[in-house]
Design a protein around this ligand. Structure first.
Ligand SMILES: Nc1ncnc2c1ncn2[C@@H]1O[C@H](COP(=O)(O)OP(=O)(O)O)[C@@H](O)[C@H]1O
Ligand SMILES: CC(=O)OP(=O)(O)O
Ligand SMILES: [Mg+2]
Length: 401
């Protein structure tokens, strides 16, 4: 059976899954965790076997891909690399150029690179992965699946900033959003789990990972989302500031004597949980330290505060909510953060059950039996969405010339 690979390069992790298609049978999956703070850990899971774990000190794209392919052969997941017919890649920013997944050709790859201003921590890395796979598996079709595509349904009232309209027309100055592939999966799965049609639901999807976002999904479409022109705005993330008064940036540039580009780098790389705590960008480390480290506790409390603000705003924007869904590394693994967030939405009747909320890493109905608004833990599956789009495009369309 043809094999298809889905590659998800995030800001702190690299995730991959290999499937037999069209059966969508999962053959194996890998995670490189803490990729920016070596040694990173590699974990490979093959159904029915013990996990394989080892450390790595590289995030060099060529070496990561070489190791991945070596492991696929070593573990017997592919007999010959020629069995891999398609590779689907997560790409964060597609701008207004891409409102759906596409087969990659030279022009598409160039556009993805040129959109780096819209996702500086992601698009360059993701373009490098596409390029590398094109070179090492030239027979396999490469497909790009864009985070921003799902958010193209946002109305102008959501995606425009309070700026001169001509700047949108001339420079594309608007909100594009991110995490859309994850939100598309989580929203669909939440509707299935609560047994109601997606196109009649008001959902709040909390994708809380190294990059964190909240999305209002109304009638199956993205109505509004917290990330903006880039994934820097909105919530506080691992190393990203989230929303900041733009005037403060001009003031800080003078104080710090840095250029505009340097300032943006500081907001992307040195801010957020890392900058506030002065300890770590990793929520696990902060949670462990919080009892004795007030800065770590402050970073957690600020993180929660911003999530609560966005959720409250989006519930109002939808004139109510039918269900909440938690996903992403923090959303899927931290009972404490979920509890802290949901304690602010008891007024909506979205109460959660402490025993249920103690569970992690699986689909769990977190709701209190009497809750009038459901709350679910729905582990995201960006790789499933990526592989489905990839298989569909490979089997139905030829690459654009
Ligand atoms: N048990 C946990 N408790 C709190 N946070 C966790 C836990 N496990 C993972 N995380 C957080 O999840 C983040 C990674 O989220 P994830 O969505 O997997 O990555 P990425 O944003 O790179 O796609 C890490 O920064 C880590 O802080
Ligand atoms: C857009 C974004 O921040 O994604 P991730 O959390 O995977 O880095
Ligand atoms: Mg991610």
């Amino acid at each position: 059976m043809p094999k298809y690979l889905a590659v998800n390069a995030g800001s702190s992790t690299l995730k991959w899954r290999l499937f037999d298609m069209p059966a969508t049978k999962l053959l194996g999956q890998g995670l490189i965790d803490r990729i920016n703070t070596p040694p990173a850990t590699v974990t490979i899971n093959v159904p029915g076997r013990d996990a394989v774990k080892y450390d790595t000190d590289t995030k060099d794209c060529g070496r990561v891909v070489a190791d991945l392919l070596l492991q696929l052969k070593k573990l017997g997941l592919v007999e010959r690399l020629h069995d891999i017919h398609g590779v689907g890649h997560r790409v964060v920013a597609g701008g207004e150029d891409f409102n759906e997944s596409v087969i990659v050709n030279d022009d598409v790859l160039l556009k993805i690179r040129n959109l780096r201003n819209l996702a500086p921590l992601h698009n360059p890395v993701q373009a490098n992965f596409i390029d590398t796979f094109r070179q090492v598996l030239p027979w396999a079709t490469q497909v790009a699946v864009f985070d921003s595509a799902f958010h193209q349904s946002m109305p102008a009232t959501s995606y425009l900033y309070g700026l001169p309209y001509t700047w949108y027309k001339q420079y594309g100055a608007r909100k594009y959003g991110a995490h859309g592939t994850s939100v598309r999966y989580v929203a669909g799965r939440t509707a299935e789990l609560i047994g109601r049609p997606l196109d009649q639901l008001r959902l709040i999807v909390l994708h809380l990972g190294a990059g964190s976002s909240v999305t209002a999904v109304k009638d199956g479409k993205s109505l509004d989302t917290s990330m903006g022109f880039t994934p820097l705005s909105g919530l506080i993330s691992a190393t990203r500031s989230g929303d900041v008064d733009p005037s403060l940036l001009a003031y800080l540039m003078r104080k710090l004597n840095v250029t505009a580009d340097q300032m943006v780098d500081l907001l992307n790389d040195e801010s957020g949980l890392k900058g506030i705590s002065g300890l770590s960008d990793d929520m696990r480390t902060l949670t462990d330290a919080a009892d004795t480290n007030p800065q770590a506790q402050l970073a957690i409390d600020m993180y929660v505060n911003r999530v609560v603000q966005y959720v409250g705003a989006y519930v109002a924007e939808m004139n109510g909510v039918d269900a909440f869904a938690f996903a992403g590394g923090i959303g899927e693994h931290s009972s404490a953060i979920r509890a802290q967030i949901m304690s602010h939405f008891q007024y909506l009747g979205a109460t959660i059950d402490a025993k249920q909320n103690a569970r992690n890493s699986a689909e769990v109905d977190l709701s209190d039996p009497d809750a009038s608004v459901r709350t679910w833990l729905v582990p995201t599956d960006e790789e499933l969405m990526i592989v489905r789009d990839t298989y569909r495009l490979v089997t139905t369309q030829q690459p654009a010339q």
